[in-house]
Design a protein around this ligand. Structure first.
Ligand code: ZN
Ligand code: ZN
Length: 401
């Protein structure tokens, strides 16, 4: 290895960058890929990087890593913890970049053994920023070769050395909704002269919880979370308005539309019940579609992962309500895609927590300020899985055609 992967990972972890501001990360990825002999284009969809290794006729295999960090203040106490207050790689995208560069090096080294084109995509802004679509909109599939398949992986808090996968729907669709409720402000001592948006917001939040509990069938799946609620500035002032930010998750398009319609109905009805002088504003602020793993592509990819890690380390998982924009690549290109999870948790700590039923408490999840994957075998595993998956698709080409 010419790239010192552990050092690279620690550097990225210590220097996190927010969505669309991944300039140093992107420059580093571009530099390493160029040194390995890849044809590199920077600035695709903002800070995105595309690195190509054309190695004769054969399939084009898209390999994706996202690069952005989160507005989380790190509390891991690691020697290589974030040096940027309030910013942290709490979702493992630093590991994704390191894995992909490690895989690019191995694929370049063993180029005589395969044919086709490796198309590495370093994506900006996975965390709510729509970075995958930004790269597509910037001509990803017009300026660069059309892939035959899209492959991606995510670090999660499963035991290190293991992989989780699922054919079909794997991760939920997400929608963000911004709601502004209008009341009439005034003196805190004279509520009768006002329309209190705090009470209106409180009633709305509670009523929104009845959508999943009372309106969606028990065998269907949805989440309605009010993640943010803001109103007012002082104890003795009744504010003029209140704002709610909602996150909606679903798998079925009909359920999704039903939930979004119910939100609109309830918000308007609660405003009416409160005597609001103006109708509320309800704005959908984007989201991600369901992440769907093509069945045949998943079978082929998972077989390769099993050969690389041993089949007992490649475990079928339940779908998760988390969301990802990786699915946009396969969807936009009209080709199958496969996405899997790679564990980064100390296997002994994981087993101990599982025995005592404390997995949710003792094992920090993604986005936690305590999220701290063990370096090994996490690093090695993610490089091996990416190389194995890529080789499965490259090797299946017809180099003679
Ligand atoms: Zn995340
Ligand atoms: Zn993530």
């Amino acid at each position: 290895m010419t790239i010192e992967l552990a050092g690279l990972y620690k550097h990225l972890h210590a220097n996190p960058e927010l969505a669309y501001a991944e300039r140093e990360t992107a420059a580093l990825a571009a530099k390493h890929a160029r040194e390995l002999g890849y044809e590199v284009t920077e600035g695709v969809g903002g800070t995105g990087v595309v690195a190509l290794l054309r190695n004769g006729p054969g399939p084009v295999v898209l390999l994706r890593a996202d690069m952005d960090a989160l507005p989380v203040h790190e509390e891991t106490g690691l020697g290589y913890a974030s040096t940027r207050p309030g910013l942290m790689h709490a979702c493992g995208h630093d590991m994704h970049v390191t894995w992909l560069l490690g895989a690019l090096e191995e694929l370049a080294e063993h180029a005589p053994g395969w044919n086709g084109t490796v198309m590495a995509v370093f994506q900006p802004a996975e965390e709510n920023g729509g970075g995958a679509q930004a790269m597509v909109d910037d001509g990803l599939f017009e300026r660069f070769p059309m892939p035959s398949v899209a492959l991606g992986q995510h670090l999660v808090n499963l035991p290190a050395g293991t992989v989780g996968y699922r054919a079909g729907n794997f991760m939920a669709a997400s929608d963000a909704v911004r709601v502004k409720l209008f009341g009439r402000g005034g003196h805190g001592s004279r509520p009768e002269t006002t329309v209190d948006p705090v009470v209106m917001a409180a009633a709305t939040v509670l009523r929104l919880q009845t959508i999943v509990a009372r309106e969606i069938g028990p065998l269907d799946t949805a989440v309605v979370t009010v993640g943010s609620m803001h109103a007012g500035s002082a104890a003795n002032i009744i504010a003029p308005d209140a704002e709610l930010l909602l996150s909606v998750r679903s798998f079925n398009p009909a359920v999704r539309e039903a939930v979004l319609a119910s939100i609109e109905r309830i918000v308007k009805a609660e405003a009416l019940a409160s005597g609001a002088p103006v109708e509320p504003q309800i704005v959908r602020e984007g989201g991600y579609p369901v992440l769907h793993n093509d069945s045949a592509a998943t079978a082929k990819t998972v077989a390769a992962l099993g050969r690389a890690l041993g089949t007992r380390n490649v475990i079928e998982r339940q779908p998760v309500m988390g969301s990802e924009d990786f699915g946009n690549f396969g969807r936009a290109a009209g080709v199958p895609s496969c996405f899997w999870f790679v564990g980064g948790c100390d296997p002994q700590a994981f087993a101990a927590a599982a025995v005592t039923g404390r997995l949710d408490i003792d094992i920090p999840s993604n986005h936690s300020p305590h999220f701290a994957p063990v370096l090994e075998p996490t690093l090695r595993t993610g490089v091996d899985t990416m190389v194995a998956a890529a080789r499965a698709w490259l090797a299946d080409g017809n180099p003679a055609s």
